[in-house]
Design a protein around this ligand. Structure first.
Ligand code: ZN
Length: 278
């Protein structure tokens, strides 16, 4: 056991020195082989979509989870997998530049991505989702399916929902799709993606209570979770405070989940006693 640990340490040492990135996109196969699973057990998979978001970029649901994953990665000693940029958009796909991937195509594609991450030796897959609705339901379903089939641990996270208390604390009110909270999150990442001068308060609407009404295309790209709350204001200081607090809460959730998986010794019975699942 001691010898094996020493060998692992020696093998990992050059990788430690050479590792300059946590992006899977930017590692070569030799670096990757040295890191996973010997030194790194966890991967963050950002998933988003392209859809209208008020006066922030159509790719806000990609910008947000990618920045979040990058901020979380060093704290979790994780790698960041390439982003899945197209998703199951829904009723906002009547807006220019918006994309809609069918649920069946999305399900099949993401299933293979998750299986590929498991095959490459990751023990923990943290999906950092940037877009809700049916996409979340599909990701949850795949976490269970691929987790069971590959004996890999999968956590699906929806940052805006996990951090609704952070939204209340920072802004003093609830948020919305492209509402103050999401706009602030993007503002903290890159202010150039926020076009304040174009903001039109008449293009906000409260989210309809289920079963009351539905419209296609949806009549406003800013959808407030609660009437009278989350209307967009532009405050750089609050934006930065929000980003930091979201990173902290998301990191804590991922850390606690991994600690519990470890404590319960779940899926640690791979071919080499907790090694890669191939
Ligand atoms: Zn969004």
């Amino acid at each position: 056991m001691r010898n094996r640990t020493l060998v692992l340490l020696l093998c990992a040492a050059p990788a430690l020195l050479a590792q300059t990135t946590r992006e899977m996109n930017d590692l070569n196969w030799m670096e990757f082989r040295e890191l996973v699973p010997a030194r790194i057990r966890t991967v963050l998979l950002p998933a988003g979509t392209v859809e209208a978001h008020g006066v922030i970029n159509n790719g806000a649901d990609n910008t947000a989870p990618l920045a979040l994953a990058r901020a979380m990665a060093p704290k979790l000693d994780a790698l960041v997998a390439p982003l899945i940029p197209y998703g199951v958009t829904g009723s906002l796909d009547g807006y220019a530049g918006t994309f809609q991937i069918s649920a069946s195509a999305y399900r099949a594609f993401v299933a293979d991505v998750l299986a590929g991450l498991a095959r490459n030796g990751f023990e923990n897959i943290i999906v950092v989702n940037g877009h809700g609705g049916p996409q979340t339901a599909i990701l949850n379903e795949l976490a269970e399916k691929i987790g069971r089939e590959r004996r890999v641990r999968v956590l699906v996270t929806n940052w805006w929902a996990i951090c609704s208390d952070v939204t209340l604390k920072v802004f003093g009110e609830d948020g919305g799709h492209a509402g103050w909270n999401e706009t602030a999150f993007i503002q903290a990442i890159d202010g150039k993606l926020v076009q304040q001068a174009r903001y039109d308060r008449k293009l906000e609407t409260p989210r309809p209570v289920a079963g009351t009404w539905y419209a296609f295309p949806f009549p406003a790209p800013v959808i407030l979770y609660q009437a009278g709350q989350g209307s967009v204001r532009f405050d750089q200081k609050k934006a930065e405070e929000y980003f930091g607090a979201v990173v902290e809460k998301m990191t804590a959730l991922a850390k606690e989940t991994i600690e519990k998986w470890d404590r319960a010794k779940l899926f640690q019975d791979g071919p080499s006693g907790g090694g890669p699942r191939r």
